[in-house]
Design a protein around this ligand. Structure first.
Ligand SMILES: C[S@@+](CC[C@H](N)C(=O)[O-])C[C@H]1O[C@@H](n2cnc3c(N)ncnc32)[C@H](O)[C@@H]1O
Length: 292
């Protein structure tokens, strides 16, 4: 591989460039194997919540929506089943504009009443423009695929859940939060991530002659935070076959490890009651509600 004009390594969140947004989708396709598929869980919840409370509009807020995988999945499921989403409003909330730009490219959502892709954070749900300062209430709120572990600072889960309590519709509204089993170990010493074999390169479909190459550099557990450092290279093959690195991403993931009952207790302190826990092979979906 040529090192001519190699770009400077940049600190990256894993989600913060047009290349990485595409890489995320390709990575999910490869790794969202049968046991990881979660859209059916959210689909069942949507129908259940809507049948118990057909408010209009029925607002669905997907926190950390990324490239919109879950909302696109729900829209597609509704099409297949001729389920009416014309009074449903989807809001995809996400800090990375690159992920949102990619989410908005998918145009198979004409049958959804309203779709908004909005930049923001889980720590300020009242500030989500479509929620009008908390005046518009959310019927279904989710944060998928264990990503609440991005809140690795000690006070962040409390901040997030108190924001949830401000925007959720009391009584019939539901919050579904996924926690990955591997981030809720029985014992912290079981939390270390096993070093993984570096995966094969993934070919881009959106960018000509581009491949993505990921190398795991280090993993360690410090207190209740799991650290996982990876390098993601974006490599272009030039005419003639020379490979050049066009983007060099250094990603320091920090993932919160959950103590037993921590999420449920934190939610309770924010006024949220546990309604259900749904377990799949890879994650647990905690369902909360606010008293009417
Ligand atoms: C693993 S991805 C999940 C994306 C999508 N929900 C899915 O299931 O494919 C985690 C997402 O959470 C977002 N995220 C990280 N910190 C966040 C925060 N404080 N508030 C909201 N979203 C956040 C990331 O930018 C990323 O897009």
């Amino acid at each position: 591989m040529s090192s001519i004009n190699e770009p400077q390594e940049r600190e990256s969140t894993f989600y913060d460039s047009p290349y990485l947004a595409e890489h995320y989708d390709i990575f999910c396709e490869k790794h969202m194997t049968e046991q990881r598929i979660d859209v059916p869980v959210y689909w069942e919840q949507l129908q259940k919540i809507q049948s118990s409370a057909p408010q209009q509009p029925f607002v669905v807020l997907d926190v950390g929506t990324g490239t919109g995988r879950i909302l696109h999945g729900l829209a597609s499921q509704a099409s297949q089943e001729s389920y009416d989403l014309s009074t449903v409003e989807f809001i995809g909330l996400e800090p990375s504009q690159d992920m949102l730009d990619r989410a908005a490219l998918n145009s198979q959502m004409d049958h959804v009443g309203r779709v908004a892709w909005e930049q923001g954070t889980a720590l300020d749900l009242v500030g989500v423009p479509s929620l009008e300062g908390g005046a518009k209430k959310v019927s279904m709120l989710m944060w998928a695929v264990g990503s609440i572990s991005h809140l690795h600072e000690p006070e962040q889960p409390t901040q997030f859940l108190s924001q949830v309590a401000k925007v959720l519709l009391p009584g019939t509204g539901r919050v579904i939060i996924s926690i990955s089993h591997h981030l809720a170990p029985k014992d912290l010493k079981d939390a270390a991530i096993a070093p993984w074999e570096n995966p094969p390169r993934l070919a881009s479909r959106a960018f000509p002659d581009i491949v993505y190459q990921t190398t795991q550099l280090e993993t360690k557990t410090v207190g209740h935070v799991q650290h996982d450092t990876r390098e993601v290279l974006v490599i272009k093959t030039l005419p003639g076959g020379t490979e050049v690195v066009v983007e060099k991403n250094l990603v320091h993931f920090k993932g919160r490890l959950w103590k037993e009952n921590e999420l449920v207790d934190t939610a309770k302190n924010a006024g949220l009651e546990l309604a259900d826990i749904i377990n799949s092979e890879r994650e647990a979906f905690y369902v909360f509600q606010l008293p009417a």
